[in-house]
Write a protein that binds this ligand. Sequence first.
Ligand SMILES: Nc1nc2c(ncn2[C@@H]2O[C@H](COP(=O)(O)OP(=O)(O)OP(=O)(O)O)[C@@H](O)[C@H]2O)c(=O)[nH]1
Ligand SMILES: [Mg+2]
Length: 431
Amino acid sequence: MPGARRAHLQKIPRTEGRPRFVDSARIVVRGGHGGKGSASFRREPFVPRGGPDGGDGGRGGSVIVEATNDVADLSHFKRHTRWQAEPGGAGAGGRKTGRSGAGVTLKVPPGTVALDSDGSLLADLDRPGATAVLARGGAGGRGNVHFKSSTRRTPDYAEPGLKGDEREVTLDLKLIADAGLVGPPNAGKSSLLRAMTAARPKVADYPFTTLDPELGVADVDSARFVLADIPGLIEGAARGVGLGQRFLRHVERTKALVYVLDGSQPDPWKQLETVRHEVAQFSADLVARPYLVAVNKVDLPDARKLRSRSRRSGVYFVSALSGEGIAGLAAAIAQLVASAPESFVPAPPTVTRLPSRRRDDLVVERKPLGFAVRGERLERLVERTDLDSEGGLARFQSELDRLGVNTALEAAGVKPGDTVTISGIEFEYQP
Ligand SMILES: Nc1nc2c(ncn2[C@@H]2O[C@H](COP(=O)(O)OP(=O)(O)OP(=O)(O)O)[C@@H](O)[C@H]2O)c(=O)[nH]1
Ligand SMILES: [Mg+2]
């Protein structure tokens, strides 16, 4: 990669003590456990056991992510990687429901996406106010008031409450450029991005070195802006000649443009005219945005001559190579961005919900020793049943029937006495 290691390329001095801009973080989120249901009985005078009056456990809290302009990057999530919402409170006698666990809200900058561990998109938090649930809290267990029946007058069990969701989430901040570097090929746009930010786009001495837009974050004193570098524009670009036109889209949402001209070329002002004409062809709105002009390569004699003759105001003569004028250009861009109006009208915030849990059909598998049965609802049933209590076990049996487990097993050829495994727990099959 020619020019990739240019040790003498001067960087803008960074403000001391300012933390590095973080645009990606990996975190683990856990919803709170559901509270236990209560197995309590009414106390009445002279009655050893009144009717069941155990209330339900409270729902566990959820972990939610919310986009807000109050935070600028994801550095907080580099330091705090585990997020857990509060568990639900236990139910109590007198039909008292446990209290719900408090949720946790993670604040991220707009433009953040949340990805599941398999890379699939969980949420696109594209604008302030957008929220999404990353991990739901578990449901509270039901108290024994629910389990009274004509045959079971004193159910001495209650549900334990479900686990909350747990998942590993990657937060990625898609940068939205504040300003775009636009200019003819080879003018030094990528070199300027390198000089002003920590981004490392390819730089080379031939046109169309840049094929994909690249973004960098520039720090200037207390201001910070995102700069986009796109492929060079040539005459006819707006009509699809070269690569530029496709890439003007990437600067469409910027607030300001920086026209970069090659000061070592015969007529930079003609370059400016051509490029602005192409931008205007692409979008009348884009060409009307605030802009400034940077004439690059002022370290070369032709560019210096141009500077000494130029009477134009609002033109910055710089050298990405030597660093001359770079700090001043960065400060001017920061100011331009700060005073420029928003380039688009924000749409209403989006609220994303997790897809509800899949209710898989039962799967019966023949094992060397007996059978295994799998299924989302079945596994949840096992999780929410207190199998150590006799009443709990009895209810479990009738629920198995209701879910069609016995029918499925019989269809698969189960015989009395066979071992049946459900969620890692072994049962003996007795019809
Ligand atoms: N002398 C001098 N050369 C420079 C300066 N800035 C960039 N160059 C050189 O100009 C050539 C083009 O630089 P790039 O940064 O790749 O230009 P670009 O505008 O991104 O080019 P494309 O991506 O092809 O549109 C490279 O050989 C750079 O080393 C400068 O300030 N002075
Ligand atoms: Mg380039």
